[in-house]
Design a protein around this ligand. Structure first.
Ligand SMILES: [Zn+2]
Length: 285
């Protein structure tokens, strides 16, 4: 009976068989999980709308000779990070010593950032204006409101550098990789920039594009101390939404109307059980 199996050997044998039978299933389970997500691992994705979304596999914007970062949220789609980087270099090539002041982009995984309605999907960035003190470049450590005469409030002798800011807008709108959807900026600065475009005889097509892209969103968000640039969703990302969504209240039917017909009563009852909110596309802010 030299072949007899001891109880401890039996235990090892049984454990081995169980382990062998479980591991192939575990591998299959992982594979099916990968297939279900439908995403190529590592692909940067903007999911949802600018004000209700998130970011996956974003890229971090780094400070460099031509970029000065003044806020802590520095993640975006590679197209956005590249756009900022390329435009800062192009303006610096044209106007030596230029440094672009950059505020918030998004958090690493996107989502809510205090003080911002959007910036949730890696497609939005706040960019400071190029400023001058005398005829020298002035690099601010924060955003400064620009008044109607082009002067920076709170910093003596500092003003909006129309020529360099137009060069920046021109670079954004001519970028070969990213497509700019909006540039939020106050009306008086938009007017100033479009006049500069005319003065330097920019191509009519570019001026038209700039007039369409630059917009002052609403009275409470004038954007008179920085640009807010938003890029389009990348091609092929069907779960990315170009425009913000908002909640709007649905008026509940009055009790008399609820009695009108049997069918209407049924619908009204269902409606009253639902949260009185609905997502609807809205003009961007
Ligand atoms: Zn912004």
């Amino acid at each position: 009976m030299g072949d007899a199996v001891s109880p401890s050997q039996w235990r090892l044998l049984v454990l081995g068989v169980v382990a062998w039978s479980i591991s192939p299933q575990a591998v299959f389970a992982d594979e099916s999980a990968t297939v279900q997500t439908g995403a190529t691992p590592g692909t940067a994705r903007s999911i949802g709308s600018p004000n209700r979304g998130r970011l996956e596999n974003g890229k971090k914007l780094e400070a460099c000779e031509t970029i000065h970062l003044i806020r802590k949220h520095r993640w975006g789609l590679p197209d956005l990070v590249g756009l900022i980087d390329r435009s800062a270099k192009r303006v610096a090539d044209k106007y030596a010593g230029s440094v672009l002041v950059v505020g918030d982009l998004s958090q690493k995984a996107g989502g809510q950032i205090r003080g911002h309605g959007s910036h949730k999907t890696g497609r939005d960035a706040d960019i400071g204006f190029y400023l001058l003190r005398g005829d020298k470049s002035f690099v601010a450590s924060d955003f400064h409101i620009i008044d109607r005469e082009g002067r920076a409030k709170g910093v003596k002798g500092v003003r909006f550098d129309t020529a360099r800011n137009w060069a920046l807008v021109e670079s954004w709108l001519s970028d070969e990789r990213a497509t700019v959807l909006h540039i939020f900026v106050a009306n008086h600065l938009r007017t100033r920039l479009l006049a500069e475009a005319q003065r330097v005889r920019a191509p009519a097509e570019l001026i038209e594009k700039a007039a369409e892209a630059m917009v002052q969103p609403r009275p409470g968000a004038r954007h008179d101390d920085h640009f807010h640039v938003r890029i389009r969703c990348p091609d092929g990302q069907s779960d990315c939404m170009n425009f913000p969504v908002r909640y709007t209240r649905i008026a509940r039917p009055s009790p008399s109307k609820q009695k009108a017909t049997k069918a209407q009563t049924g619908r009204a009852a269902k409606a009253s059980k639902r949260p009185a909110a609905k997502i609807r596309p809205k003009r961007p802010k």
